[in-house]
Design a protein around this ligand. Structure first.
Ligand code: SF4
Ligand code: MG
Length: 341
């Protein structure tokens, strides 16, 4: 059978006054039912644009390549067809539920309306569905809370309500774009647990978009690391954490806070800024920030600067990386051992 979601050679291009911007390029991935793909990257890496393109919400951008949901091609679909699929087949939750919830309608009314539109249900059935869903996502006294307005909910409860709305129509695919970023650590953990539980119960395919590898470690089965609109590395979550093949992934891992860190060593963020998408470099987008390239021979450095690395399979389990030096002398984890000139 076809995978739940299969994206091939995705290209998303925005027209700007300063020229075209290729926000996503040559991207491919699959999501199976009952599995979570974590898409990780800094802001501007193309991860949100990717999810909006899948949902058909990429306003004004040109989309190339293929996006297939259960074998059905979504690119080129009319807005009418897409809006039918949104809700029924795929749903999305965002960092800020307030931006998706209407301030003047009660939370229950909004979930009921969403359900009514997609299922052509009667008002009473839709109201019941809203209360049931609020209960299912762990909101206490759901019948009473359904009559409250979004501003009466805490941040965590609002995100639960958004999840209730997203799942009210039983989609097969849930895309979550930084759903816990605005929440404090305890609530964040609860929401991630909730998503994982609902995924198991419903056999959902989940795409979890995040800048935080800690979130990926908790929920993802597969991981796609994006940099400058492209895949830097794709791997099973165990393979990725056991030893990243791409220097950028290594940098993300090094900047994770560690529980076993006894010393007061400050977090190591990756120095430098994301690449310009308006004037992309001919070589590897990560080259200006890459410690591995900096420690390499002038010849290797020249290749990094001049030739774009392809995403190639790497040894050690399901894994591919786009790095000229990823295969040479082991993974990027052994950057120190790369001979210097
Ligand atoms: Fe670094 Fe070169 Fe690999 Fe790019 S191709 S990540 S610059 S070593
Ligand atoms: Mg984003």
């Amino acid at each position: 059978a076809a995978p739940l979601l299969e994206v091939r050679d995705l290209r998303v291009t925005f027209t700007t006054p300063r020229g075209p911007v290729r926000a996503v390029d040559s991207l491919g991935f699959t999501v199976e039912a009952g599995r979570t793909l974590g898409i990780v990257g800094e802001s501007g890496s193309g991860k949100s644009v990717t999810s909006l393109a899948v949902m058909g919400l990429h306003r004004g951008a040109e989309v190339g390549g293929s996006i297939a949901l259960a074998g059905q091609e979504l690119t080129g679909m009319s807005e009418k067809e897409l809006s039918r699929l949104r809700g029924r087949k795929m749903a999305m939750i965002f960092q800020d539920p307030l931006s998706s919830l209407h301030p003047y309608y009660t939370v229950g009314e909004q979930i009921a309306e969403h359900f009514r539109v997609h299922f052509k249900a009667g008002r009473a059935a839709a109201r019941k569905r809203a209360v049931d869903m609020l209960g299912e996502v762990g909101i206490p006294e759901p019948a009473r809370r359904a009559g409250e307005y979004p501003h009466q909910f805490s941040g965590g409860m609002r995100q639960r309500a958004m999840i209730a709305m997203a799942l009210a129509c039983e989609p097969d695919l849930l895309i979550a774009d930084e759903p816990t970023t605005a929440l404090d650590v305890t609530v964040q953990a609860q929401i991630l647990e909730l998503i994982a539980r609902l995924q198991q119960e419903r056999g959902l395919g989940v795409v979890m978009i995040t800048h935080d590898l800690g979130v990926v470690a908790r929920v993802a089965h597969e991981v796609l690391v994006m940099y400058g609109g492209r895949a830097a590395e794709q791997a099973g979550v165990d393979e990725l954490f056991a030893g990243p093949a791409h220097p950028y992934t290594r940098g993300l891992l090094d900047s994770l806070p560690r529980l076993d860190d006894a010393d007061d060593e400050p977090l190591r963020a990756i120095p430098g800024s994301p690449p310009s998408l308006l004037t992309p470099a001919p070589g590897c987008a990560f080259a200006p920030r890459c410690g591995l390239a900096a420690a390499a021979t002038p010849q290797q450095r020249g290749r990094c600067a001049g030739e774009r690395p392809e995403l190639l399979p790497q040894g050690g389990g399901p894994r591919a990386a786009a790095c000229h030096l990823a295969g040479a002398g082991g993974s990027a984890a052994t950057a120190e051992s790369v001979p210097t000139p």
